[in-house]
Design a protein around this ligand. Structure first.
Ligand SMILES: [Zn+2]
Length: 265
């Protein structure tokens, strides 16, 4: 079931596996008696100084993953935190389990980590360069490595998408803003804030090149109607009918796992 949900996000699944194996999943809870069942947990960020809240919705029939959310920048698209929690559940919850609360017990795993320095000790007196590198040079080098995928685990070197890349305000930010609550005409406020200048359009186009391989692209399209969905929305508005299938098609959370072609991979 995990593989089916992440079939188009294999890299997230791989990152998730790594994250799970490093013991980053905490406070996992699951109650299969409650339908639809929700799997919850905290997943530590790669840099370990914060954790994200992850929720996975399990379908009514055959335990398929229906949807997932996470409060990291990737958020509503499938992220590796979701993958880590799913894998943790997969390895630790059996189908016969009733209510399950689970806490990461494998503390000893962390002790057995062998550092790269220990495997390949530097030759005495060795220095890669004669001068001290600047932080900027180091981060550029890391970013370049991440781009080429030169090393198997180069994703570790990638930074989380920067908040700075949010050149357009997110819908969440707008809804939770103080101004929104103060606004007398809320729909007018949202309309006004959602208007985007030509300058911003050009900027977004520039920073989201290569689309799905670019983190900015994922961050900016989060919670937004993309061009391909617009016709569907306009049609529904014209008819003034909003059936459940309409919302499903917008959020792309159709459960396709019963389709044979997908079961076969
Ligand atoms: Zn996440």
């Amino acid at each position: 079931m995990v593989a089916a949900f992440f079939r188009e996000e294999i890299s997230q699944l791989q990152r998730g596996e790594n994250s799970y194996e490093s013991g980053h999943v905490r406070n996992m809870t699951y109650d299969p008696n409650f339908k639809p069942a929700i799997l919850r947990g905290d997943v530590l960020a790669s840099m370990k100084n914060k954790s994200y809240k992850v929720e996975i919705l399990i379908g009514l029939e055959d335990d398929n993953i229906v949807d997932g959310t996470c409060n990291c920048p990737r958020g509503l698209v499938k992220c590796h935190h979701m993958a880590a929690l799913c894998l943790c559940a997969h390895h630790n919850i059996s189908v016969t389990d009733t209510t399950c609360t689970w806490n990461q017990p494998k503390e000893k795993q962390e002790e057995s980590v062998t550092k790269l320095k220990e495997i390949f000790p530097a030759k005495p007196g060795y220095r890669a360069t004669n001068r001290q590198l600047t932080d900027e040079e180091i981060s550029t080098f890391k970013a370049d490595l991440g781009k080429v995928g030169a090393v198997g685990f180069s994703w570790i070197l990638k930074s989380e998408p920067s908040v700075e890349s949010n050149v357009v305000p997110s819908i969440e930010e707008l809804l939770y803003s103080e101004e929104y609550h103060k606004a007398l005409n809320k729909s007018e406020y949202i309309q006004q804030k959602c208007g985007i200048s030509r300058e911003v359009i050009v900027k977004v186009a520039t920073i989201t090149t290569r689309q799905s391989t670019n983190e900015n692209w994922l961050v900016i399209r989060k919670n937004r109607l993309t061009a391909s969905k617009f016709a569907t929305v306009l049609k529904a508005c014209r008819r003034n009918k909003y059936p459940p299938s309409f919302f499903k098609s917008i959020v792309e959370s159709y459960d396709l796992s019963s389709i044979h072609a997908i079961q076969w991979g």
